[in-house]
Design a protein around this ligand. Structure first.
Ligand code: ZN
Length: 239
């Protein structure tokens, strides 16, 4: 069974009553709620020792989901480095929404991923599927409509996605690359845009399906061949 760790800074939930009302157990537990049917799920939060991301936890994680916003700078560099190393070694990584501004996403992308337009004005969002053969859109309609969301607009400061899965349209007129995949080392990464804390986005069935599909896609394959690197003998005599 795929082991998923959901990391959440869990700060808005403590300070903003509107957010607490939508996500009384925190965003991490809302996500855990729909993933635990299919996966072995644990959660971790910023205020736990080592942010809940000890070597042991990460070594037992196939896919790490990340939600952060207010407190990106409070994440210790040592933990960022630890997560990065696990991704390079094959752990899947799914940064959600404002995780675009996190240290770990910056480190993995190598660009200023915090650069984008934004607006909190109850825009309607439509996420259009632009890669219908991709496993992340398995079983989904060709467009997901979210009645109200925060707007994110281009230009988004990411490197060119290796695969672009969704493009969002917003009712205020902007567009955004909302579902992007990358590989870093042996690890697969899927950035997924929706999920502003004052909207109940993570209760929407299609959004849950995207995240569920993304976990399956990003998990390391236990049957992958072991590739031997470094200095090697020739397979036959070299003439
Ligand atoms: Zn937001």
């Amino acid at each position: 069974m795929i082991k998923v760790t959901i990391w959440n800074e869990n700060r808005h939930e403590q300070t903003n009553p509107d957010v607490k009302e939508i996500y009384p157990g925190g965003i991490h537990n809302a996500i855990a709620g729909f993933l635990k049917e299919d996966f072995e799920v644990t959660t971790a939060t910023l205020d736990e020792p080592e942010h809940g991301l000890t070597e042991e936890v990460l070594n037992n994680t196939d896919v790490l989901i990340w939600w952060g916003h207010l407190a990106h700078d409070d994440v210790q560099d040592e933990i960022v480095e630890r997560v990065r190393n696990r991704v390079l070694d094959g752990m899947g990584f799914i940064p959600l929404h404002s995780a675009h501004g996190s240290k770990i996403f910056h480190v993995l992308m190598g660009t200023r991923t915090g650069e984008l337009k934004w607006r909190e004005a109850d825009d309607t969002e439509r996420l259009w599927v632009v890669d219908e053969s991709h496993p992340i859109v398995d079983g989904l309609p060709d467009m997901i409509e979210i009645e109200k969301e925060e707007m994110y607009g281009e230009r988004f400061g990411i490197p060119q996605p290796e695969e672009l899965i969704f493009i969002s349209w917003f009712s205020g007129g902007e567009v955004f690359r909302s579902g992007c995949t990358y590989k870093r080392g042996k690890g697969k990464i899927f950035y997924f845009r929706p999920g502003h804390e004052t909207y109940p986005t993570y209760y929407q069935k299609e959004i849950q399906k995207v995240i569920r599909n993304a976990v399956k896609w990003a998990a390391p394959n236990p049957r992958s061949p072991k590739i031997h690197l470094g200095n090697v003998e020739p397979l036959e005599a070299i003439k």
